[in-house]
Design a protein around this ligand. Structure first.
Ligand code: BGC
Ligand code: BGC
Length: 788
């Protein structure tokens, strides 16, 4: 109770919260003796191999139903890029089919007295069940923080749980309760707020929505799924906002910010917590016994299940993805081991046998998995397709769920400037401009159908959704006016009463979204705003972003400015505010920066708009002209074509006739997959079919020599060629020499390549695999030689 009061006070000011102390959860769920007897009985009849298998969580495309029947994993997941049977756009019925298939394989009777334990499936439904085509796409957490409305978040949780159940899935890896303190972090949008108490309040509300309340009859019942508070802890506190990075400082002070949401989630009976990738004072959380066990279990009283993150255990010093007793010993219960499950399982079995891992620790972890399954009804329930809501496809993206999303969107819009152009006048002729205006993928951000979102996901991929433009058009018509989409703004300005320019960040997820500053560089929106302004047409800027950014130029150019965040599939929530159909009540959940450096603010000082800022539609007080200087803007574009798991802006990967967005996927005989070099999928493993070729084409003015960091695990047996500018250079010998030599650099200058041009690639006449970590350009000395 005390916690809730503090939380309310904190919605008004960050300063009032900074003193808040972290208190243990007040209502720790007690174990029930009937449950415990059942668990003890099951444990007593399980073989060592099957106990260990309960702790192994592979991803759907790395094992078959036969593997499931043989090994009996306790759980599995679909990653952000994984769909059933290798199709990430598979219809909902295929998701359900896979759930059934795996459940059947997991429950085939075992010899003797050994119990068969039904498997459970976990997914990242972090803003709705958005891995699945047709699901309602709710706004990302940063927007929900701006609503200040835990009740709408609870409703979102309930709607999401129902949509998850439609596809036969049991477990959601959500809510993210990160307290993002440096907005350069690529996961800022997954954070409800920079304010720990606001995060605590919203995170707990989502848990209650997903799982139901323990006091209610439907706790983990029909229309409810298991929730996960993640990532414990410190994910939002890394130095410079580097994803998976280092958190440093006095541990009590760190807890007073980053651990605050956990007691609230535990109070709300969250059944699982995910360990974080980051380290704290030099120790990775996955292997940090003092924090994972001492603090989480001891101080905070968490009695549920601790799941690891994507090969997070492999990042512990002394561990690999396949060998890591340290994580279990430190307090992790489930290993999320997407691909290397077999070797990890075998090693863990051996480590229990040789005493490295005490049987008691194994039993404790397995007991926690069984307890979660028992409480969620998985242990005794029917196969997925026979459960509540399963196969009820009308509930996926239902009108009722979309109405909840629309309301949340409207409540999350934050008005930063309004000279009086908002609300739009009835009967107005509205020009809608910007390539983001009719782009549902961009409005949805990362974790939408694909891991990174965006790319080539066009509106056809979002049945039932409404783009911002479509919503404006419908509302304009209903109010006796009309709207015209002119993405490039070429429509004659004099025909219109007002221009709405929709623009913002291209989608990203996790580390691919890390930035070195907060300058918003793309000038499409700025040019449109200035052009309409020059033509005397009043303008409204609608800014789509996963974080506050330095947009002083756009704020100056526009007559009204709306921070719209990542609203998702219900664009009508945006038009509701623009047309004044609903009052504007959204308040910033993050401080908005006055300069572009990206240095953390987290307080009123140095903020252009403080935490809590947000105008009503009636507030038309003038915003003074803002300083437009930003040193970072002068630095010019990055010279990396590919690095940190991401193709740079303006670089396209082509394989024959096909494109490979972000250098992942299959096209033209090329198979490119994410490969973990130093971080997850920070590199690519690219396999060529005989006769195939891959080219990276750069637009813009990137020049200079090339440096490629690569690794070859098996030498080619027929020619491999480098394609550079209009030359072809035979590099077969290079590739043969590189075999098994780990990561190497290849440097290409004019000495071997002639004109370097703006295209680089490879062609192979044989099946050939190369791993690439970075491709960059740099200024070489005159006459510098190539590396071969
Ligand atoms: C993400 C997964 C995703 C994968 C890409 C991981 O880092 O967490 O959800 O599917 O990368 O395949
Ligand atoms: C992310 C988690 C996610 C997991 C599974 C990881 O990379 O950090 O938030 O739950 O992948 O997709």
């Amino acid at each position: 109770m005390r916690l809730k009061l503090v939380a309310l006070a904190c919605t008004l000011s960050v300063a009032a919260c900074s003193q808040a102390q972290i208190a243990p959860a007040s209502s720790i769920p007690t174990r029930q003796s009937s449950e415990e007897a059942r668990i003890a009985d099951l444990l007593s009849r399980m073989s060592l191999e099957r106990k260990v298998a309960q702790l192994i969580q592979p991803q759907i495309n790395s094992f078959t139903a036969a593997d499931m029947e043989r090994y009996r994993f306790g759980s599995y997941l679909n990653g952000g890029n994984g769909g059933p049977y290798g199709d990430e756009y598979a219809p909902a019925s295929e998701w359900l089919k896979l759930a059934d298939e795996m459940w059947v394989a997991s429950t085939r009777p075992l010899p003797g007295d050994e119990p068969a334990i039904p498997v459970m499936w976990g997914t990242d439904a972090v803003h709705g069940h958005t891995n699945v085509v047709g699901a309602t796409i709710f706004p990302h957490n940063i927007a929900l923080g701006a609503t200040r409305d835990p009740e709408i978040v609870r409703q979102i949780g309930a709607a999401t749980a129902t949509e998850i159940e439609v596809t036969g899935i049991d477990w959601n890896f959500s809510p993210t309760v990160a307290v993002a303190r440096d907005d350069r972090w690529g996961r800022t949008y997954e954070s409800y707020s920079e304010n720990p108490q606001l995060v605590a309040q919203m995170g707990a509300a989502l848990v209650e929505g997903l799982q139901g309340r323990r006091s209610a009859d439907d706790f983990l019942g029909q229309g409810r799924v298991l929730a996960t508070a993640k990532h414990f802890f410190g994910d939002g506190g890394t130095e410079r906002g580097v994803d998976q990075g280092d958190v440093n400082g006095d541990i009590e002070q760190l807890k007073a910010i980053h651990a605050v949401p956990y007691p609230a989630a535990i109070d709300a009976d969250v059944q699982t917590i995910m360990a974080s990738f980051n380290s704290i004072n030099g120790r990775k959380m996955h292997g940090n016994e003092a924090l994972l066990t001492g603090v989480l279990r001891g101080e905070l009283g968490f009695d549920g299940l601790v799941v690891g993150d994507w090969n997070g255990h492999g990042q512990i010093k002394g561990c690999t993805n396949v060998d890591c007793p340290q994580a279990l010993l430190a307090g992790l219960d489930i290993y999320m081991v997407p691909d290397d499950w077999k070797a990890l399982l075998e090693n863990l079995v051996a480590q229990v046998k040789d005493g490295t891992i005490p049987m008691a620790r194994l039993d404790e972890a397995v007991g926690r998995v069984l307890r979660a399954k028992l409480r969620a009804g998985i242990l005794d329930g029917p196969r997925p397709s026979q459960r509540a809501n399963a196969g009820d496809y009308a509930k996926l993206g239902s009108a009722a769920h979309r109405a909840v999303a629309r309301e949340a969107v409207a409540k999350s819009q934050v008005i930063l400037k309004n000279d009086g152009v908002l609300p739009l006048k009835t009967g107005a002729h509205v020009l809608v401009a910007g390539t983001a205006a009719d782009n549902i993928a961009q409005a949805s951000g990362g974790w939408t159908l694909t891991w990174q979102g965006g790319g080539d996901l066009d509106n056809d991929r979002f049945p039932g959704a409404t783009s911002i433009y479509q919503a404006i058009a419908a509302e304009a018509l209903a109010s006796g006016g009309r709207a015209t989409l002119s993405e490039d703004g070429a429509a004659p300005a004099e025909d219109f009463d007002v221009a709405i320019v929709v623009f913002g960040e291209a989608p990203y997820a996790e580390f691919a979204g890390d930035r070195k500053d907060l300058a918003f560089r793309d000038e499409e929106g700025l040019e449109l705003l200035r052009k309409f302004d020059a033509a005397g047409v009043p303008t409204v800027a609608v800014f789509l972003s996963g974080r506050p950014m330095w947009v002083n130029r756009e704020l100056n150019a526009a007559d009204a400015f709306v921070a719209s965040w990542l609203p998702g599939s219900e664009g009508a929530g945006v038009s509701d505010i623009l047309f004044g159909k609903r009052p504007a009540t959204g308040k910033l959940s993050f401080s908005w920066p006055a300069n572009c450096t990206g240095m953390p603010l987290n307080s009123a000082e140095g903020a252009l708009f403080p935490f809590g800022y947000g105008r009503s539609l009636g507030d038309t007080s003038a915003l003074p002209t803002l300083d437009e200087t930003c040193a970072a803007l002068a630095e010019g574009p990055s010279r990396e074509l590919f690095g940190s798991g991401r193709l740079a802006d303006g670089v396209v990967a082509n394989a024959g006739e096909g494109a490979l967005p972000n250098l992942i996927g299959n096209a033209g005989g090329i198979t490119a997959r994410g490969y973990d070099r130093e971080a997850q999928e920070d590199a690519r493993e690219i396999t060529f079919a005989p006769g195939s070729s891959l080219r990276l084409v750069q637009s813009g003015d990137n020049t200079g020599a090339y440096r490629i960091t690569y690794e070859v695990s098996a030498k080619p047996t027929a020619p491999v060629t480098l394609l550079i500018g209009d030359r072809r250079i035979d590099i077969t010998q290079e590739m043969i020499v590189a075999e098994g030599k780990s990561w190497r650099e290849m440097v290409l200058t004019e000495a071997c390549a002639g004109t370097l041009g703006n295209t680089i690639g490879f062609a192979s006449e044989t099946v050939f695999t190369i791993r690439i970590a970075t491709i960059e350009r740099f200024d070489s000395e005159d006459g510098a030689q190539c590396s071969f």
